[in-house]
Design a protein around this ligand. Structure first.
Ligand code: PMT
Length: 212
């Protein structure tokens, strides 16, 4: 199958030298890309800025902002059988990017933020994607409730939820623990393990979904 995978953070420019971003390292998404390649799949990886080596054999597209990621996903998604959205896309960007470096004149600086497009949320309705859709959910509380809501709202087949308030898993680290929530109502925990192993199990679960 052909996988499209988003990974890493996005950067939302404030002025020529500053941006808004988050703590995603890209490790989880790159591990999914490597696991998919190792399982014999083709991979199109759409990556925010990370300091990881691109998985050998993947078609890689580097992007910076959420809007760039949106456009690249829109361009590539209909060649995919499976889409896995592990990127930590910034939900907001500054309303107006300054052309020049903002000077520190006042004690208080207010930035007005506007909502970024929801890439995963538009994948069925706007991009017309009919393949297997896998979303992630990064939660700090009420994991199950938020994950179930995202699974339905974003029309996913499978949602991978991680508790990013826990030390040692989630953002930046080498390990993760996730709960898989299926459209069918089933769920399954992939307990604390390296992101490499979690990704191998996730790809195997996706392979099984494809045969159902
Ligand atoms: O990169 P690492 O350091 O290895 O960390 C891994 C991770 C914690 C980033 C990863 O496991 C993870 O949870 N990724 C999703 C992070 C996230 O932004 O979750 P969310 O609950 O805010 O978003 C829900 C889903 O919508 C995600 O699939 C996200 O990719 C997608 N989304 C969100 C906003 C947006 N504008 N467009 C999107 O497509």
């Amino acid at each position: 199958m052909r996988f499209l995978i988003t990974a890493g953070p996005t950067r939302e420019p404030i002025d020529p030298v500053r941006y808004l971003t988050n703590r995603s390292s890209g490790k989880m998404g790159y591990a999914v890309a490597s696991a998919a390649l190792a399982a014999g799949h083709e991979v199109c990886l759409i990556s925010g800025p990370v300091s990881l080596a691109a998985p050998e054999g993947a078609e890689v597209h580097f992007v910076e902002s959420a809007r760039e990621m949106y456009n690249t996903v829109q361009e590539k998604i209909n060649a995919a059988d499976v889409a896995v959205f592990s990127a930590a896309v910034a939900d907001y960007r500054v309303a107006e990017e300054a052309d020049q470096k903002i000077k520190k004149s006042d004690d208080l600086l207010t930035l007005t933020l506007v909502k970024n497009p929801d890439i995963l949320g538009n994948t069925r309705s706007e991009f017309g994607f009919e393949g297997i859709l896998v979303g992630f959910a990064a939660e700090t509380n009420d994991l199950e409730k938020h994950a179930a809501s995202k699974l339905t709202r974003k029309e996913c087949d499978l949602l991978v939820a991680n508790d990013v308030s826990r030390k040692g898993i989630g953002f930046e680290c080498d390990e993760n623990e996730v709960i898989l929530f299926y459209k069918s109502g089933e769920s399954k925990m992939l307990s604390l393990s390296s992101k490499t192993d979690i990704a191998i199990e996730l790809v195997s679960e996706i392979d099984q979904l494809a045969t159902r």
